[in-house]
Ligand binder design. Sequence first.
Ligand SMILES: Nc1nc2c(ncn2[C@@H]2O[C@H](COP(=O)(O)OP(=O)(O)O)[C@@H](O)[C@H]2O)c(=O)[nH]1
Ligand SMILES: [Mg+2]
Length: 289
Amino acid sequence: MGWLDKLKQGMKKTATRFSSATVADLDSLEEALITTDMGVKMATELTSLLKKEKSENIKQKLSDILIQKLTPVAKPLEIKKSDIPFIILMAGVNGAGKTTTIGKLAHQYKNQGYSVAMIAADTFRAGASEQLSRWAERTQCPIFIGDPNEDPAALVYKSLEDLKKNPVDILFIDTAGRLQNKTDLMGELSKIRRVIQKHYENTPQETILVLDGTSGQNILSQVKLFGEATPLTGLIMTKLDGSAKGGVLVALADSFRLPIYALGVGESVDDLQSFTAPDYVNALLENVQ
Ligand SMILES: Nc1nc2c(ncn2[C@@H]2O[C@H](COP(=O)(O)OP(=O)(O)O)[C@@H](O)[C@H]2O)c(=O)[nH]1
Ligand SMILES: [Mg+2]
């Protein structure tokens, strides 16, 4: 199955709601848009734009507006050769898909000929390092692992010292996603950043927030909270093959101008895709009559 088919499958819930809302009946369309998790504000804004639309083809108009909103954020993650080592810090709540996404990205970059390494800086959760180690083994990347509960920043420091002797093109840093306390989160992420910057100025080049596409509107508060804790450069949304309500991407594009680098559409190594706004909107609106 192609990724868009997976995406469509994931959005079936949305699509079913859409199918009971005809574009001729804009109030029910507004309700359907809200249930895609794009948010009440966005749904209301879209519907009022459509109410003013003179042409017959309201669905086309809706599609055009959505594509226009999503196009600026649908950007692939670019590795700049002049910026090597290219350091990518992965942030996100527990279970969002950070570790899996690192595995998938490492696989892609290895296939493109880059050398890749990983630091398992989630030293708190039992099993987190083992999980990343399995990805490191599969993708044949060197990995740095700490002792249980070792200070993540200290592990990053040691790893970077070692990498000076054995340089790589791309370095992924996996982090713990503890969100109980904003001060903790901010403290930990900024400590890791400071350590990185001691070794390389203007790094990490990327701090990517990984978001679970099934968490609905909660995603928006995660972006806000993490964004306050650390400067984010982009987003990756996972689990769009599940019961995702894809409208949340529209809400993200509207609320934050952060690029959405990739979408996770499954648990295997190839299930990570960049997205293009037209394909995405087509999948989202497929069942609108
Ligand atoms: N269906 C699906 N599952 C995913 C995807 N990405 C990650 N997962 C699963 O979600 C769970 C949590 O992922 P993990 O990478 O451990 O999250 P982390 O805690 O942020 O590191 C694991 O069981 C993954 O296999 C995805 O795109 N689709
Ligand atoms: Mg993890």
